[in-house]
Design a protein. Structure first.
Length: 127
């Protein structure tokens, strides 16, 4: 059984606009213990295959040298404050993020960076 071209050559950024495609790109990401594929993919990133470098499918900004406690969305915003995907994700899809079970983790990371207190109302709404 020799499959010579199993590697999917995904070049079009259109492919990376798909969340499942981005998640699967992180299969060989070296830092998935600290940064789950879903968190990174939700921030618009896919793995470039080099070191721990990820790239946004929308603005093409790259982020690397991840530090423990980094929030993917924050790193994305720092690298590319005017990214359309970010403004979309933060604006139109804020409610989606809040509904997601993984949001707590992200909020925690952001809180860590911003030193912002968690609103008790948010917790009540999530439960
Ligand atoms: Zn971007």
């Amino acid at each position: 059984m020799a499959r010579s071209s199993q590697d999917g050559e995904i070049e079009a950024d259109d492919a990376w606009s798909s969340m499942p495609n981005r998640v699967s790109s992180f299969q060989h990401f070296p830092r998935t213990e600290e940064f789950s594929a879903e968190r990174l993919a939700r921030a618009g990133f896919y793995f470039t295959g080099q070191a721990d470098r990820v790239r946004c499918f929308s603005c093409h900004a790259t982020v690397e040298d991840w530090n423990r406690g980094d929030a993917p969305l924050m790193r994305h915003q720092q690298a590319s404050p005017s990214c359309k995907f970010l403004s979309c994700a933060h604006g139109l899809r804020a409610s989606d993020l809040i509904r997601s079970p993984a949001y707590d983790e992200e909020a925690e990371a952001m809180e860590f960076q911003l030193h912002a207190p968690v609103q008790p109302e948010d917790l009540a709404a999530a439960g």
